[in-house]
Ligand binder design. Sequence first.
Ligand code: GDP
Length: 297
Amino acid sequence: MAAFESLSSRLQNVFSKLRGKGKVSEEDVSEAMREVRLALLEADVNFKVVKDFIAKVKERAIGLDVSKSFTPGMVVIDIVNKELTELMGGTQSKLAKANKPPTVIMMAGLQGAGKTTTTGKLAKLLQKSNNRPLLIACDIYRPAAIKQLQVLGEQINAPVFSLGDQTSPVEIARAGLQHAKENGNDYVIIDTAGRLHIDEELMEELKQIHQVTKPDEVLLVVDAMTGQDAVNVAQSFHEQLALTGVVLTKLDGDTRGGAALSVKAVTGCPIKFAAMGEKIDSLEPFHPERMASRILG
Ligand code: GDP
């Protein structure tokens, strides 16, 4: 995976030095932590997140009295692995399910983050476990967004509900949900409009869609390539919309990793899915422990 390449190789470097030592002094551990800290900062991880992370690793290392261990290098790596996993949410966070179908999933995010594409991918993932999702086309502003969703729907054989681009998105969402109820769809996924930047009008519209559809999940789609910015965007959306989760896209690119490693800690929202490509089947449930192991190599 191209993502995290530089962070990975830097961390591996730090740990190979430790691993080579039969005995590890407190200074060795401190030196290693200094290097881990720099590597994380360079990977665009939020400053405060890095600070807390290092403090926790140090605390654990002292608690375990690493210097007395027979394999001190391994112990430190294990601690870092556990803390990285915790940082990204600890365990996998599953999609919510409504007591009474349909489960309503609202997608939000800035334009270009990958919302429409992810809507299609998520539908495909749900179909794999025998669900019947309906996609609702509420992005009436971006030219071709509706068509894009329809093409995705055709590709995976999922119905797409649209009322064109002359009806208000709130109305479309309401009618789409009704349509799903009448047609026995167990999930609806609402593709909403994005903007290049967060603005009040967009937020107002999203809030209204939220009010009308009472979603079980509000997933923010963020482009992992945008690093710290992605985290700031997530925080703003969260304040307005009470997100239930984040989808990180473009993890196949050469993202430095900052978004993946900061977004949970900063917003409290778990990362639920990761997208790693343009293809329809490139969405996976996000597993913090697997991601941590990948980063540490
Ligand atoms: P929206 O404006 O948020 O709806 O964004 P789109 O779904 O139209 O996606 C914007 C661009 O990003 C498209 O060219 C997608 O093919 C691309 N894209 C989306 N997700 C991924 C991903 O995980 N990896 C890569 N490489 N490209 C992606």
